[in-house]
Design a protein around this ligand. Structure first.
Ligand code: ZN
Length: 231
């Protein structure tokens, strides 16, 4: 019996079909990682697990970031959101303290897709906030599903994690999918003039744990630019 099968039986959780590829070396600007592609066999989405090759520091549960794909933020460094900076910050922490970043593709714009995200941006430029814009388009405010992510974490043996996130909804959804979050580790990065309204909406309307008003708008920070305490 596989570990995930045993875990499934002990938790009563239903499995989600995923398949794993080989583990390969991934040297990056943030450090040396190992990477493994995972395919969601229900949707065809291909996700990537990027992990520290070393065990977590001090035997603590590993840091895990479920990072939803954001082309504009992650690739182009858009300041309309904080995704790119959160991605860089999470990779820094995982490199230093051990853990895994699961890059979830097909979750663009909280699951509405790239083209719809651009439509939502146009509505935001007309004065709607990020929640209202999705509603105007007749789309869910958050269409993301974490079943595949939870299955991948289970198959990787990550049953107890320290979740790198400001979003308590992720913690709840993972718990329902059988992954125990022992701690939420904040990933707040300094807000900017261009994304402060977006972040304020996430704080006010989506219950994200953000401080915002206590953080100054910071200049561009490089990969080593953010200093955060872990405990
Ligand atoms: Zn983004």
């Amino acid at each position: 019996m596989t570990t995930s099968k045993a875990h499934e039986m002990s938790t009563g959780r239903q499995t989600h079909p995923v398949s794993a590829g080989p583990v390969v070396q991934l040297p990056t600007t943030f450090g040396h990682f190992v990477a493994q592609a995972w395919t969601d066999l229900a949707t065809g989405a291909e996700h990537l697990a990027v992990s520290s090759p070393l065990p977590p520091v001090a035997g603590r549960p590993p840091l895990v970031r479920l990072h939803s794909e954001c082309l504009t933020g992650d690739v182009f460094g858009s300041y309309r959101c904080d995704c790119g900076e959160q991605l860089a910050y999470a990779l820094e922490l995982i490199n230093e303290f051990g853990g895994t970043l699961l890059y979830l593709r097909g979750q663009e714009g909280r699951g509405i897709g790239l083209a719809n995200k651009m439509k939502a941006y146009a509505l935001q430029e007309a004065g709607f906030d990020t929640v209202e814009a999705n509603e105007q388009l007749g789309l869910p405010v958050d269409a993301r599903c974490y079943k595949a992510a939870a299955q991948i974490l289970a198959d990787m043996g990550l049953h107890e994690i320290r979740l790198l996130s400001n979003n308590p909804d992720k913690q709840d959804r993972l718990a329902r999918a059988g992954v125990r979050v022992v701690e939420m580790v904040p990933t707040e990065v300094p807000s900017r003039e261009q994304n402060i309204r977006y972040l304020q909406t996430k704080k006010d309307r989506m219950d994200h744990r953000l401080v915002l008003d206590m953080q100054p708008t910071a200049p561009v920070a490089g990969p080593r630019g953010f200093e955060h305490e872990q405990d």
